[in-house]
Design a protein around this ligand. Structure first.
Ligand SMILES: C[S@@+](CC[C@H](N)C(=O)[O-])C[C@H]1O[C@@H](n2cnc3c(N)ncnc32)[C@H](O)[C@@H]1O
Length: 203
């Protein structure tokens, strides 16, 4: 998979570049990006021109978010990252990409950035925390507009080592539905990532 490079000539994580018909594309690696893995697993997610604002939780160094930035050049993409070490490269990336708005913040405290972010059209979460589903539900309540889509990349073993994968996934699904979110699909990301299940939900 490829996305059209918003910053031609610039690589973000060593990905290969390819020019076709005068447009430069960046290869999107499903082993490095769970969103690419989810799309390659065949899950359809509507993140087209109807998406004008995004809240992305767990930006890290910006690998996946750079492709979201390519795909949605006119959107406002708020990127929350709590680690100052990861935030530095994310900030550098955002200086070259005007649609990225980085926030050094804790996704467990959406009340700290809710007023800046407002209501978004698309919510994406990839944070390896024990309470991932609750964090997602809280951010959806605070920042996702009604009838819009979100993706929770659940890292199963970050929840607990004590219960089975099936039980952890069931509990996460219940937490999402209890919060009033409708689960559209639930997809294992194997073979790209063995420990992740992606929930696509609607608010
Ligand atoms: C697996 S990495 C994200 C990878 C990234 N989404 C990508 O595909 O390019 C998880 C990131 O979430 C961040 N993180 C963990 N807990 C967080 C929290 N409570 N709030 C914000 N960021 C958090 C970590 O610092 C780390 O950078």
């Amino acid at each position: 998979m490829y996305t059209a490079n918003l910053t031609p000539g610039v690589r973000v994580y060593g990905e290969s570049l390819r020019t076709i018909g005068g447009v430069e594309y960046r290869q999107w690696d499903p082993f490095r990006s769970k969103l690419a893995a989810l799309l390659l697993r065949g899950t359809s997610v509507d993140i087209g021109s109807n998406v004008r604002s995004v809240l992305y939780l767990g930006g890290a160094h910006g690998t996946t978010v750079s492709h979201v930035s390519d795909a949605l050049p006119h959107a406002a993409i708020f990127v929350v990252e709590k680690s100052p070490t990861a935030f530095a490269p994310l900030l550098a990336l955002s200086r070259r990409r005007a649609n990225l708005l980085p926030l050094l913040a804790d996704a467990q405290l959406p009340e700290r950035y809710q007023a800046d972010v407002g209501r978004v059209d698309f919510l994406y979460q990839d944070v390896a925390q024990r309470t991932q589903a609750a964090i997602f539900a809280e951010n959806a309540r605070a920042c996702l507009a009604p009838g819009k889509v979100g993706i929770l990349m659940l890292k199963v073993r970050s929840v607990t080592q004590q219960r089975s994968t099936g039980a952890i996934v069931r509990e996460a699904r219940s937490e999402l539905t209890r919060s009033g979110l409708r689960v559209q699909s639930e997809t294992s990301l194997a073979p790209f990532s063995r420990d992740h299940v992606a929930f696509v939900v609607e608010s």
